[in-house]
Structures are given as structure tokens and as C-alpha cells.
Design a protein around this ligand. Structure first.
Ligand code: NAD
Ligand code: MG
Length: 298
């Protein structure tokens, strides 16, 4: 390994040769065909046993931020249950191999987060396959841009809320009876929660909801020793962005508006999830950790 996540670097120059390319994929999009490839930390993430013996369930673990988090968790010593859509089997299989190589027990549980029965079953199968559960990462999400509210289909609005918000509720509710003191719940929100784009009215609204859900539930669960936090990514290079997350003409300049002047890579998100999952963040509760290249947040 020539570089790892601890290597001293200038963040403004990191990924300097990376240029997002215009392209379109049908939803949900695959990392396998994303050009250029996203950095999931495959070559760089070095574990130091920060999650040794832990048992994690991650939704959207096949690609992007969820995959980078899964790789980091496995290299930190955790076993991982992966949720993803059946269409994403190719991405999921590749990530599962990386986790297995790291020595993790991997439980693959494909299904649709919009299905309440799947969400409940997902938790049951994760607990069964891992022999318990003490980390839950609600990360799976839907983002499809729309220019004009009068053309925003009711079904898209409902799907975005069901995938991003209802599934988080169903899964968290089903997981709670299994979570022992010391467990961590981490939700993926977004800079869109407080800096919404005019073309992401539905999506941005779900992310504000996720932030508030996190802060409310965190207070309820703190006395039980279960910490709830969120990570709020800025513009990150993932399949979500090229499967109608953004209009095509915006892809080339994706991320350049951040103070750092570039898009982030999934590998740059994973350490935030590791920190919030690990016992080292014992006094961090109800927090939203912004990983966004420097854009101001409330
Ligand atoms: P991604 O496409 O790699 O991951 C999203 C995942 O969500 C998919 O892999 C898929 O497995 C899952 N998913 C979507 N709909 C589903 C459904 N109906 N059933 C089951 N699974 C479903 O993209 P990503 O950017 O890594 O997204 C991960 C999270 O990060 C999302 O919550 C997204 O909103 C959030 N986020 C992304 C960015 C960004 O710029 N990429 C910025 C802020 C927040
Ligand atoms: Mg995917």
C-alpha cells in the first residue's frame, strides 16, 4: 500500500487527476460501469481494529458511500450485513469479496427498501447471520432531480420519502430490540438538508427529515447507551449522481463549487462512519458530521 487514509496530503490536490464525465445510467446505477471509477478505499483503507468484533448492518452497501463504509468497517474488524437492490448484485458481489478478504463474515440480503416486510426481514436476517447487531447504518437512498414541481410525479415523491425516510424508520424500529448498550446508529443525510437545490425539492426534504429524526431519536436512546448520529456528505462521486441524481450538463462541474474545488470520493466518507460507529465517539450524540469539502453548514 503506497498511500492510506493517514498519509499526510494536501486535500485540495488529492484526486487532482479526477474528472467527472458526462454519462447516464438507469436507476439505481452501478459502480461497475461508473466512469471514471469511484474510489471506495479498496487500495487505501487501512484498519486498526477500531471495530473489532462489531456487527454492522449497512443499507446501500453495494456501491458509493455505503460500499466504502462497508470496506472500512470490515478492515476495522467488523462483520457486515449488506442491503442492496437485486439489480445491484454485480456491485454487491465485488464488495462482498473485499469484505471477505478482510476476514469479515458477510451476509448479503438483497431487497427493496420500499417494502416494509423486507425492511423487517432484513434486520431479522442480519441478526441471525451475524449473531447479533450493534451498528446500523441507514444509508440507502433515492435522488432523482426534477425541474418543475407540477411535473414531479406523485409516485416519485412517495418513493423518495419511502426509500429515504420510511425505510430508516422501519429498519431502526426493528433493530432496536437487538441493539445492546454501546451500539451506534448512523444515518446518511446530506448538505441538501440545509442548502437545498431547486431541482431536488423532494430529496432535500427527506434529508432535512433525516437530520431531525436523528437529533430527536438520539435524545431518546442516549439513556439506553445507544448513540444516534448522522453523516452529511457534500457532492460525492457515486452512481446515484449519474442515474438522474443530477442533470447531465451538471456532471462535468460536479463538486467544483465547494471551497475545496472538487467532488469528494466515497473513500473520504468512510472514516466519518468509522468514527461515529466506534466507542471513541462515546460523547458524540445527535451530531451531524459534515463531510462536504468546506461548504458552510448551520
Ligand atoms: P449509491 O447509488 O452508490 O448508493 C445508494 C444506494 O441506495 C444504492 O446502492 C442502492 O443499493 C440503495 N437503494 C436505493 N433505492 C433502494 C431501494 N428501493 N431498495 C433498496 N436499496 C435502495 O449512491 P451514494 O451517493 O453512495 O448514496 C448513499 C447515500 O448518500 C444516500 O442516502 C444519498 O442520499 C447520500 N448522499 C449522497 C451524496 C452524493 O453526492 N453522492 C451526497 C449527500 C448524500
Ligand atoms: Mg448501488
Amino acid at each position: 500500500m503506497s498511500r492510506d487514509q493517514y498519509t499526510f496530503t494536501n486535500p485540495a490536490e488529492l484526486y487532482a487527476d479526477f474528472e467527472p464525465e458526462k454519462q447516464h445510467q438507469p436507476e439505481p446505477g452501478l459502480d461497475a460501469t461508473l466512469t471514471p471509477k469511484a474510489d471506495l478505499g479498496e487500495e487505501t483503507y487501512r484498519g486498526t481494529a477500531r471495530l473489532a468484533g462489531r456487527k454492522a448492518l449497512i443499507t446501500g452497501a453495494d456501491s458509493g458511500i455505503g460500499a466504502a463504509t462497508a470496506i472500512a468497517f470490515a478492515r476495522e474488524g467488523a462483520d457486515v450485513a449488506m442491503s442492496y437492490l437485486p439489480e445491484e448484485e454485480e456491485d454487491a458481489a465485488r464488495v462482498a469479496d473485499i469484505l471477505t478478504d478482510a476476514g469479515a463474515t458477510v451476509v448479503a440480503i438483497p431487497g427493496d427498501l420500499r417494502d416494509r416486510a423486507y425492511c423487517r426481514d432484513l434486520v431479522r436476517r442480519a441478526v441471525e447471520g451475524l449473531g447479533g447487531l450493534d451498528i446500523l447504518v441507514n444509508n440507502g437512498g433515492k435522488q432523482v432531480f426534477n425541474d418543475d414541481l407540477t411535473t414531479l410525479e406523485d409516485d416519485q415523491f412517495d418513493d423518495t420519502f419511502t426509500t429515504n425516510v420510511s425505510a430508516m424508520f422501519w429498519i431502526t424500529k426493528a433493530a432496536l430490540p437487538h441493539l445492546v448498550p454501546g451500539s451506534a446508529i448512523i444515518n446518511t443525510t446530506s448538505i441538501q438538508a440545509y442548502s437545498p437545490s431547486e431541482i431536488l425539492v423532494d430529496y432535500a426534504s427527506t434529508k432535512a427529515t433525516i437530520n431531525t429524526f436523528t437529533k430527536a431519536l438520539a435524545q431518546q436512546l442516549a439513556p439506553k447507551g445507544i448513540r444516534v448520529n448522522a453523516v452529511a456528505p457534500g457532492p460525492i462521486w457515486t452512481p446515484l449522481q449519474v442515474s438522474d441524481g443530477q442533470p447531465q450538463e451538471k456532471i462535468a462541474e460536479f463538486g467544483t463549487q465547494t471551497p475545496l474545488g472538487r467532488a469528494g470520493q466515497p473513500a473520504e466518507l468512510a472514516p466519518a462512519y468509522v468514527f461515529l460507529a466506534s466507542a471513541e465517539s462515546s460523547y458524540v450524540i445527535g451530531e451531524t458530521l459534515n463531510v462536504n469539502g468546506g461548504s458552510p453548514t448551520p
